[in-house]
Ligand binder design. Structure first.
Ligand code: SAH
Length: 213
């Protein structure tokens, strides 16, 4: 089956399972070729709903997890977004479609090799509104703060304080908390207050850094 057909079949599955809910997220999934973000030997598995190895012991998140996070963050056109954990660049590419050309995604990655590859993948698929930065994302990325949405694609021991500080008001922050099995937290900042919701269990590689493990 051609990649596009496989992509459409995966999108239908994610819709049936209630992971993809909005037209915007569906369109973003349709526009981003996941096969370009995985190592060549794994391209046949690009549309299996599972994480895949991308090098440095890290993984590209499963498509359903990307969908859940995008839907819960309620991303709007024109927003400025911070991602911690660029990995392959796939999740950032999806979010870049949700914010559109007027918006921007900054993504921080601790491994320079992965950051370089993520940059390459984004260029190949023609995404221009994502900036990949090498560094310790547990400290956020203060240069461009505040951000209307911040999300972390690795698991932290607790919510890193710099991320709360770099979130705009109003704003939404999503972070998996725990080791191996973790809980996905959605924190909403509104009129100076923080409201926290638990979105359930998940599995992520650890956030390694000053405010991480
Ligand atoms: N969003 C990615 C998933 C990457 S997995 C994708 O779509 O492919 C999580 C990533 O977080 C890994 O690449 C890991 O190296 C990175 N990471 C872990 N700790 C980090 C830190 N403190 N700062 C930046 N990146 C970190």
């Amino acid at each position: 089956m051609a990649y596009m057909e496989k992509r459409k079949a995966l999108i239908e599955k994610l819709k049936r399972e209630g992971r993809i809910k909005s037209d915007e997220v569906e369109k973003a999934f349709l526009e981003v070729p996941r096969e370009e973000f995985v190592p060549e030997v794994m391209r046949d598995y690009a549309y299996v709903d599972t994480p895949l190895e991308i090098g440095n012991g890290q993984t590209i998140s499963a498509p359903h997890m990307v969908a859940i996070m995008c839907e819960a963050l309620d991303i709007k056109k024109g927003q400025k977004i911070l991602e911690i954990g660029a990995g392959s660049g796939y999740h950032a590419a999806i979010v870049s479609k949700l914010v559109g050309e007027a918006g921007h995604v900054y993504t921080v990655e601790r491994f320079s090799l992965l950051a370089e590859k993520a940059q390459e993948h984004l260029e190949i698929v023609g995404v221009k509104n994502v900036t990949v930065e090498v560094g310790d994302g547990s400290e956020g990325f203060s240069e461009h703060a505040p951000y209307e949405r911040i999300y972390v694609t690795c698991a932290a021991p607790k919510t890193p304080r710099p991320l709360v500080d770099q979130l705009s008001d109003p704003g939404k922050l999503m972070v998996p908390i725990g080791r191996l099995m973790c809980e996905l937290k959605l924190i909403e900042k509104k009129e100076g207050k923080l409201i926290e919701k638990n979105l359930g269990g998940c599995a992520f590689v650890p956030l390694v850094g000053k405010h991480g493990f």
